[in-house]
Design a protein around this ligand. Structure first.
Ligand code: ACO
Length: 336
């Protein structure tokens, strides 16, 4: 099997130079203890276990009672650091992907930095459900420039705080949680494809609060608005095209991919991708039934579960595939 790591090799003025990337050396995840079933939701909403299970594939989700995105991200980070046998003071960079941080400042990453007692450069990235993969790609830039040796990338979301709990078309599909990875210098980050299409027609989460005395409120704020059917169409088209493209562009066959860790938005989206790409469902890491859609936390949680359940062999090719608000898409090819 031959790989051409085309995106890791750029032309310098005089000669080709190999660019350093990273390996994932630890993963961790955290789900808040409160579990909410479909039947729990059906007590206050015009919905049913049957509808949610069949249309979305979710049975339960974890919902935070008193933990913010930073609290959950910190717990996931501790587990990833433990697996990586890494101390917080060895981490040079912390990036957190989140759309549900408690503060604009300090950031989720900054708060986790303080909790860890670390001096790492820390900042957040917002690209909705694709945020974790945007954060990984941003971290890759730091490795490429040689400015960091170890990094922590976290996806953490408390989606429950930005949902309209009277809107059955959105509140039943999301959950809370966090996932984290520890990265160190290596050659495991092979390629990424990121895209954005700035558009508020399909998904919009307006920020809440405006303290200006001159402000005129024109719409509900701080909650998720989503055209489910349009998002669904966008998602199925994106996930199949992007996985296929990243394989082609890196001269690997779809059969060479050991596992796919997709964004957990709807089981029907993942089943569609499996069928269209002719990749068996067993190769997709799926936890939507227990976790729902945890936005930027979805891929790192599913990766951590995959990593702990399977004996991932060094060199295995794994694809991450995300889509969501922005609109945004992100697909990543790594070598374990
Ligand atoms: N329980 C019962 N009925 C419901 C519910 C519910 N929870 N929600 C909607 N319905 C009803 C609708 O009112 C509609 O009824 P009607 O036919 O009488 O008008 C019917 O079910 C069908 O509604 P649709 O919206 O067409 O349902 P659909 O099959 O498309 O499922 C869903 C909705 C689950 C949201 C789906 O469209 C979906 O998964 N979309 C993708 C979501 C996604 O990928 N999000 C990721 C990004 S999120 C982010 O970035 C923040």
């Amino acid at each position: 099997m031959t790989y051409f790591f085309s995106l890791l090799v750029v032309k310098s003025t005089s000669a080709e130079r190999k660019i350093m990337s990273f390996n994932i050396i630890g993963t961790g995840s955290y789900l808040p203890p409160q579990i909410v079933t479909n039947d729990d939701l059906a007590k206050t909403l015009d919905t049913s276990d049957e509808w949610i299970t069949q249309r979305v594939g979710i049975s339960t989700r974890h919902i935070s009672v008193d933990e913010c995105a930073a609290d959950m991200g910190y717990q996931a980070a501790l587990k990833a650091l433990e697996m990586a046998k890494t101390q917080p003071d060895e981490i040079d960079l912390i990036i957190a992907a989140s759309i549900t941080g408690d503060n604009i400042c300090p950031t989720v990453a900054g708060t986790i930095q303080k909790m860890l007692g670390s001096n790492a450069i820390s900042f957040d990235i917002n690209s909705a459900c694709s945020g974790f993969l945007f954060a990984l790609d941003t971290a890759a830039g730091f490795f490429e420039r040689g400015t960091v040796k170890k990094a922590l990338v976290i996806g953490s979301e408390r989606m429950s705080k930005i949902l309209d709990w009277n809107d059955r078309s959105t509140c039943v599909i999301f959950g809370d949680g966090a996932g984290a990875v520890v990265l160190e210098v290596g050659d495991g980050y092979i390629a990424s494809k990121l895209s954005t299409k700035g558009d508020d027609d399909v998904i919009k989460i307006p920020t809440g609060r405006n303290n200006s005395p001159f402000y005129k409120k024109t719409m509900d704020e701080g909650i998720v608005f989503m055209d489910g059917q349009e998002t669904f169409k966008f998602a199925v088209n994106t996930i199949t095209r992007e996985i296929s493209d990243i394989a082609n562009e890196n001269n690997i066959s779809l059969n060479d991919i050991k596992y796919i860790v997709p964004h957990q938005a709807n089981i029907r989206i993942i089943q569609y991708a499996s069928k269209r790409l002719n990749i068996p469902m067993e190769k997709f890491s799926v936890n939507i039934e227990r976790c729902g859609n945890t936005s930027a936390a979805s891929i790192p949680i599913a990766l951590d579960e995959l990593c702990r359940a399977k004996d991932l062999q060094k060199g295995s090719l794994i694809v991450f595939s995300a889509f969501g608000g922005g609109l945004s898409t992100a697909t990543t090819l790594i070598k374990w």
